[in-house]
Design a binder for this molecule. Structure first.
Ligand SMILES: C[S@@+](CC[C@H](N)C(=O)[O-])C[C@H]1O[C@@H](n2cnc3c(N)ncnc32)[C@H](O)[C@@H]1O
Ligand code: SF4
Length: 396
């Protein structure tokens, strides 16, 4: 896959907002409901995809270089919530709709996020039959006591069984782990990460625990009942993560994402390379050309409100906002600097009509936060940990 091809890639994100239980650390748009009218929710997503393609049509026709009125879909990602609560039939309905609305690449990457509960794993073969070719499994921990503390419904044995089943069905499997968990030592994380690497998946997402406001974990933390690693230990855990993944041949290509070269998530690379993607479903975000302008879309988060809006107006986007150059150039920088490959300075200047301030770049380089080589600016590991501050310095 050449960089040029990925730059012009177009992806579709589908958000399934339901979970079997709410994890106490999570602030994703995920909701627990006793009964779900699955066909009805899928109908809403299909309507929203129709709306997106229709409004993209005019601009895409004007700008198309591939002889087609609409951009070619290179990647599709079912995220959540828990998309593995969907039936294979629902996943298939959505994929067929996308293929009817947009031309598809020869080799699209189609990922589905799955929870490792055995009931979810039982659907893997149906997802494969529906066209899904990559699974991202939310393992979170390889330690039963910690899985309990994280409020997870699976144990280590179930996670291992789901992983083996996924690897038997899909050629591309990723797993998610959360580290810097309450009371976690460096030695314990080292063992756990070695265990995870031993499964032999070509992609790992390794997230440092974030205490998100308004979650049960935030309350426990505020009242001293949840002790998370201090800054020094957390920095050490990050170093351990880099050391072990690098040694296993899966270096970080993004702050929290590690892959064997060539096995990076093509879908997530579209976000980080600041490409175009459509987002459908409650709470989904998109960045794409609509009616001739690069536009940010954000769907209403609460599923029932989203569904009312879709039935009244054909879509549930609470926000459809053209992106100005200031915001666009800032987002572009923020996204690109998350990546180990960094930002192509000439391409950035060409796109926004102005480059970065050389003096500011030099000052940050002197402090060890960024490095500049062959026309690309990258954030160093310490710069990546303070990315928002680095961006402020570069843009103010
Ligand atoms: C949308 S979530 C969900 C996938 C799936 N529902 C699951 O939980 O397995 C994507 C990933 O974000 C990570 N995550 C969620 N909340 C987090 C937090 N507060 N801190 C760090 N990572 C978090 C988890 O690793 C999770 O797998
Ligand atoms: S299952 Fe995943 S999305 Fe749902 S609450 Fe837990 S971490 Fe969040």
């Amino acid at each position: 896959m050449t960089m040029e091809k990925l730059k012009s890639s177009f992806g579709v994100y589908v958000h399934w907002p339901f979970c079997a239980a709410k994890c106490p650390y999570c602030d994703f748009n995920s909701h627990v409901r006793t009964a779900i009218d699955e066909d009805g929710w899928v109908d809403g997503i299909l309507a929203e995809l129709d709306w997106l393609a229709e409004n993209q049509g005019a601009s895409a026709a004007a700008g198309a270089t591939n002889g087609s009125a609409r951009p070619i879909v290179e990647t599709i990602f079912f995220g959540g919530g828990t998309p593995s609560l969907m039936s294979g039939k629902s996943v298939g309905r959505i994929l067929q709709k996308i293929a009817a609305l947009w031309p598809m690449a020869n080799d699209p990457e189609i990922t589905l996020e799955a929870n490792p509960a055995s009931v979810d794993a039982a659907r893997f073969a149906d997802y494969r039959a529906a066209w899904v070719n990559r699974v991202s499994l939310g393992v979170q921990a390889l330690n039963d006591a910690d899985l309990k503390k994280l409020g997870r419904l699976h144990d280590v044995a179930e996670a291992e069984a789901a992983l083996n089943m996924a690897m038997g069905i899909f050629s591309r499997v990723s797993l998610d782990l959360i580290y810097a968990r309450p009371d976690q030592s460096d030695a314990a994380w080292r063992e756990e990460l070695k265990h995870a690497l031993a499964f032999g998946t070509d992609h790992l997402s390794l997230y440092q625990l974030t205490i998100e406001p308004e979650t049960p974990y935030a309350l426990l933390h505020r009242t001293g009942r949840l002790r998370i690693p201090d800054e020094d230990l957390a920095a050490g855990l990050y170093e351990t993560t880099q050391e072990l993944t690098q040694a296993a041949g899966l270096p970080a290509y993004e702050i929290s994402n590690h892959a064997r070269p060539g096995q990076e998530s093509r879908h997530n690379l579209i976000y980080w390379r600041y490409g175009d993607y459509a987002g459908a479903g409650p709470g989904a975000h998109g960045r794409l050309n609509l009616n001739g302008r690069r536009t940010a879309t954000a769907a209403i988060r609460l599923p029932e409100r989203w569904r009312d809006a879709v039935s009244k107006g054909g879509h549930g986007f609470g926000e459809v906002t053209p992106i100005g150059d200031d915001e666009g150039s800032r987002e572009h920088l923020l996204m690109n600097l998350r990546l180990a490959e960094g930002i192509d300075l000439a391409a950035y200047e060409k796109r926004w009509g102005a480059g970065l301030d050389g003096g500011k770049v030099a000052a940050l380089a002197k402090q060890g936060f960024v490095a500049c080589e062959d026309g690309r600016l990258t954030a160093t590991p310490s710069g990546r940990l303070l990315l928002n501050r680095v961006i402020e310095e570069l843009l103010i």
